[in-house]
Design a binder for this molecule. Structure first.
Ligand SMILES: C[C@](O)(CO)[C@H](O)COP(=O)(O)OP(=O)(O)OC[C@H]1O[C@@H](n2ccc(N)nc2=O)[C@H](O)[C@@H]1O
Ligand SMILES: Nc1ncnc2c1ncn2[C@@H]1O[C@H](COP(=O)(O)OP(=O)(O)OP(=O)(O)O)[C@@H](O)[C@H]1O
Length: 276
């Protein structure tokens, strides 16, 4: 087969504005209720149909990312039953709670759909709990173990700073350290927020249940959250996913940029961003 013209896909960072752990299935997987949004920072992929699978990982965060069949980008193509050549320009830190691998996998599935005209496979949660929500890459409520994705229309757009303190937190270890596995869900239906300030006030009454276990595993996360909360521009600071990346919400893009400049440290990944 001659290679097709490549298509480009953006794989945005996934941010869990809330992450409530509401139960556990008999197979050990946890039931979640999470308000998920996407940032304007992320990985960049190009892919083309080809005879043999291939993956080339480059970019500022390529180090340590598997370049072989373990990479979720190649596993996604295999799930779709398609052979593709992928160039992955990695900008998101890995194992960071912002769905890097899942967003790459979802981007590959979107790209393959464009190349073949076929719909993505149904059972994408098998690739990773975050893949279904990353597929549309739009604000959504995520439930079940990640397979139930309900779009949230008209979510006010937020300004934020994302900060990763340079430690990796293993997701299973984080779930394993939960003190309680049956915690209250978010309200159903979700409220309708009048604007960003209203949304932030409401978010302050919600939780990330994985934050206490992650802070126990990596105390640097607790220190980071304290630093974020002490900043005059910070309206709310919370961890995303199983960490270690945390986000601070601000009133304006200028505040996010100024806060990001104040937070610059050699080992930290710091990004001002918009979430929507
Ligand atoms: C924590 C979140 O990032 C929140 O968005 C996701 O639930 C995790 O998404 P992910 O990294 O794509 O997760 P997976 O690769 O499917 O699972 C990693 C591990 O996390 C635990 N896990 C994950 C999802 C879930 N609903 N319950 C779990 O207990 C399991 O131990 C699993 O082996
Ligand atoms: N495309 C990829 N990008 C980054 N890591 C990948 C990729 N494919 C496989 N991996 C592996 O997956 C592990 C988890 O990385 P990933 O960035 O997906 O985690 P995460 O940000 O914690 O995800 P989540 O928020 O979904 O829990 C990494 O340690 C890495 O070895």
């Amino acid at each position: 087969m001659a290679e097709t013209q490549p298509v480009a896909e953006f794989a945005p960072a996934k941010i869990n504005l809330t992450l409530h752990v509401t139960g556990q299935r008999p197979d050990g997987y946890h039931l979640l209720d999470s308000l998920v949004v996407f940032a304007d920072v992320g990985d960049r992929l190009t892919l083309a149909l080809s005879d043999t699978p291939a993956l080339n990982v480059t970019g500022p965060r390529a180090e340590g990312v598997p370049g072989d069949a373990r990479n979720l980008a190649l596993r996604a193509a295999e799930t779709a039953g398609t052979t593709v050549r992928i160039a992955l320009d990695k900008h998101l830190p890995a194992a960071a709670g912002i769905g890097g691998g899942s967003s790459d996998a979802a981007a590959v599935l979107r790209g393959i759909s464009r190349l073949t005209g076929l719909a993505p496979p149904d059972d994408t949660v098998r690739l990773g709990a975050d893949v279904p929500v990353c597929l549309p890459a739009r604000a959504a409520r995520m439930q079940g173990v990640g397979e139930i994705v309900t779009p949230v229309a008209d979510l006010p757009r937020l300004h934020a700073v994302l900060v990763n303190p340079g430690v990796e937190v293993a997701t299973p270890a984080c779930f394993a350290r939960l003190a309680t596995r049956t915690n209250p869900p978010m309200p159903d239906p979700l409220p309708r927020w009048s604007g960003p300030a209203d949304l932030i006030d409401w978010l302050a009454t919600m939780r990330n249940d994985l934050e206490p276990p992650a802070c126990h595993i990596a105390p640097v996360i607790a220190d980071l959250l304290e630093t974020l909360r002490a900043d005059p521009a910070c309206r709310l600071a919370r961890m995303s996913g199983s960490g270690a990346t945390c986000f601070a919400l601000t009133d304006t893009a200028a505040h996010a940029r100024a806060m990001a400049a104040r937070l610059s440290r050699p080992q930290w990944w710091v990004q001002p961003t918009r979430l929507s």
